[in-house]
Write a protein that binds this ligand. Structure first.
Ligand code: HXC
Length: 255
């Protein structure tokens, strides 16, 4: 499905990013994963190589536009083209809003919203300058349009990413044929979010109860959907945000 495509996955050394990267390489894509921690990147690379897949790593911070420019240059030099970008890098922590410091707010906004913009703009300009087309996938959360009690910074940032997704889908879709879509995952096991947001037994129990299907999602399920959206099979999908949450966000009045 993705044979010969080159895809960058930010925050690709663990959690959902790693599973998407694994799925993309298994479909024949060239993949560059990025992250701040070189050791985590190398571990992810070793894990994929042990499964017979090669992958490239690039150490960077999405908050730094110079790093982002270097990431684009690296992917282009390594593979001669870029076909897709997955804005997966995220930062989050649970905090009551009245206790959230200005720097805590700024940090999450910087990673999630500004980082998504820097990467999208750099890769978008790469495509525009080459006269080529590509596709962007942004990772959201259902609280982008709902309420993120305890994660106001992340919810506000994801809402911004949702707006950017739709705006770029229209602006770049009409001018350049660039598709921009999003996935809004619910609670997914083996991810950074699972580790941070459903840490306590009580939180995990409440989360499970809130999902009509009665289980957490699997990162492999997110990766399946991501691979479809990045592929030509989804060539008419643009500006769409696909929810994959077992029906959780609709479950307003559990009986
Ligand atoms: C209160 C906190 C805090 C906490 C950090 N801060 N953790 N405040 N409670 N638990 C504050 C710090 O005190 C500081 O403010 C500011 O935030 C910056 O903190 P640093 O540690 O200096 O930032 P940094 O090293 O850049 O790390 C960023 C990070 C960190 C977001 C804080 O957790 C991180 O790197 N996370 C990346 C991975 C991650 O979070 N993945 C989960 C994504 S889950 P002051 O004022 O003291 O200077 C996700 C799920 C969505 O997005 C979907 C769910 C359904």
């Amino acid at each position: 499905m993705l044979m010969g495509k080159t895809i960058i996955v930010t925050g690709g050394s663990n959690g959902m990013g790693k599973y998407m990267a694994m799925k993309f390489v298994s479909e024949g894509a060239n993949v560059v994963i990025t992250g701040r921690d070189l050791l985590k990147l190398e571990n992810a690379k070793n894990e994929m190589e042990a499964n017979g897949h090669s992958i490239s790593i690039f150490q960077m911070d999405v908050r730094n536009p110079e790093h982002v420019a270097a990431m684009v240059e690296f992917a282009d030099k390594t593979y001669g083209q870029i076909d897709g970008l997955v804005n997966n890098a995220a930062g989050n922590f649970i905090v009551e809003t009245e206790k959230l410091s200005a720097n805590g707010w700024k940090t999450v906004i910087d990673i999630v919203l500004n980082g998504t913009f820097y990467c999208s703009n750099a890769v978008g300009n790469y495509w525009i300058s080459k006269g080529s087309k590509g596709t962007i996938l942004n990772m959201l959360a259902t609280y982008a349009w709902g309420a993120g009690a305890g994660v106001a910074h992340s919810a506000a940032a994801k809402a911004g990413v949702m707006s950017l997704t739709r705006t770029l889908a229209v602006e770049w879709g009409s001018k350049y044929g660039i598709r921009v879509n999003g996935i809004a995952p619910g609670p997914i096991e083996r991810t950074g979010g699972a580790g941070k947001l459903w840490e306590s037994e009580e939180a995990a129990r409440r989360t499970l109860q809130s999902v009509p299907l009665g289980r957490l999602g699997k990162p492999e399920e997110i990766a399946e959907l991501a691979a479809f959206i990045m592929s030509e099979k989804a060539s008419y999908m643009n500006g769409e945000i696909v929810t994959l949450d077992g029906g959780q966000w609709l479950n307003q009045h559990p009986f």
